[in-house]
Design a protein around this ligand. Structure first.
Ligand SMILES: *Cc1c(COP(=O)(O)O)cnc(C)c1O
Length: 397
């Protein structure tokens, strides 16, 4: 069965145009861009064309783009650069809802003696800008705040947060892995110092990322080696990946209107339909400030994993709001940071759409999910009131 793929915040299908662009690199175009012959020269040209495509998509100069192996490497490199280049500044501001690619770097520096402020969010996933303003110290080296959250889809007030950091003379990094291709980004108007993206979240291949490094921003290579990427990232370039992420960015720019109209419309129809059909359901994250493709929805008294397995039988791919830590299923750190009630947090599902979804995909979920929920609620160990839907509420928090 052709799967109904609604897990695009986890990874995306490689677009046919991207695959086409990459194929010559897996065939006759195997040159090393550093070589002094024609074959290498052609590779070098493809490398620079891809760089131009990324730069055009973000509104920056090509020499401000560095190719990396993934989003994780970009996040690591940005934080490493900012902290290692200002050794006398030992304070970092980040948030409780970052991706592990940022959170685990922050924890690493905490173990090395740094102070880290983790900004909290309210139940709608929003930051408190007063808490943020109060977090700055004379020894703050960097602010690292994600552009949009991968689970809730909530978009951060990046413009305001960058402006406040600049008022304090502090460098700013944003993990924009989930924002690129879904909402317009213009680095001419957004004075961040470091911005990170990943190929496989924008219909490009896995194992390739890029980072924006604003001119005259402190930088320390994370990967020491050859002179590639102007000495900023050693290692022979991943040409198939680089050509792939370039083609994916070009396509993302073309599709951004569709993403914000048709994809948003399908997401909204899915949300309204599920909320109407399934009692005791809530939306995680402020609906007004979300990515157009993301719906995080929680159903009381259900295990997310059970729903996923049953949806999978209908060829529907989604993801739950839990992470398997040390053998037990815990609600994710993002849902915990938002204070989603216990009885709901376990029953969270994330649907993340793309331009390759159709109205039929949404129809299928709206048809199959409500009976799945009813069946699971019949089997739920939680006690039930007389009317059948009146669940005894003794497990909240
Ligand atoms: C997927 C993701 C990453 C990691 O990107 P990789 O290319 O898989 O390393 C980082 N941040 C966010 C928000 C993501 O969704």
């Amino acid at each position: 069965m052709c799967p109904v793929y609604l897990d695009n915040n986890a990874t995306t299908m490689v677009a046919p145009e991207v695959r086409e662009a990459m194929l010559p690199l897996l065939g006759e175009e195997y040159g090393n861009p550093s070589s002094m012959h024609g074959l290498g020269g052609r590779s070098g040209l493809l490398l620079e064309q891809a760089r131009q495509k990324i730069a055009a998509g973000l509104g920056c100069a090509p020499d401000e783009i560095i190719f990396t192996s993934c989003g994780t490497e970009g996040d690591n490199t940005a934080i490493f650069s900012a902290l290692e280049s200002q050794p006398d500044k030992k304070h970092l501001i980040t948030t409780r809802i970052e991706h592990p690619a940022v959170l685990n770097v922050a924890k690493h520096y905490e173990r090395k003696g740094y102070d880290v402020t983790y900004l909290s969010v309210d139940s709608d996933g929003r930051f408190d800008l007063d808490q943020y303003r109060a977090a700055f110290r004379p020894d703050t080296a960097l602010v690292s705040v994600m552009y949009a959250n991968n689970e809730s889809g909530v978009i951060s007030p990046i413009e305001e947060m960058v402006a406040i950091a600049k008022d304090n003379g502090v460098l700013f990094h944003t993990d924009a892995v989930q924002a690129v291709g879904k909402i317009p980004i213009d680095l001419k108007k957004l004075p961040v110092d470091y911005l990170v993206l990943s190929g496989h979240k924008i219909h490009g291949p896995k194992g390739i990322g890029a980072m924006f490094l604003r001119r005259n921003t402190p930088f320390r290579p994370f990967m020491l080696g050859g002179h590639q990427e102007q000495g900023r990232r050693g290692g022979t370039e991943n040409l198939p990946g680089i050509v792939g992420i370039g083609a994916a960015m070009e396509l993302a720019v073309k599709h951004i209107g569709d993403e914000n109209s048709r994809v948003r419309g399908m997401r909204d129809r899915l949300e309204k339909g599920l909320m109407a059909a399934i009692p005791d359901s809530i939306i995680n994250g402020d609906p007004a400030i979300r990515l157009p493709n993301t719906l995080s929805i929680a159903f009381k008294y259900i295990e997310g994993e059970a729903m996923l397995l049953m949806l999978d039988r209908f060829g529907i791919c989604a993801s739950s709001g839990s992470a398997c830590t040390s053998g037990s299923l815990e609600p994710s750190h993002v849902l915990r940071a938002m204070g989603v009630p216990f009885t709901y947090a376990h029953g969270s599902l994330r649907f993340s759409l793309s331009v390759y979804n159709t109205e039929e995909d949404i129809d299928l979920v709206l048809k199959e999910l409500p009976p799945i929920i009813s069946r699971l609620r019949q089997m739920s160990p939680f006690r039930r009131g007389d009317e059948g839907l009146d669940w005894v509420d003794d497990h909240d928090n």
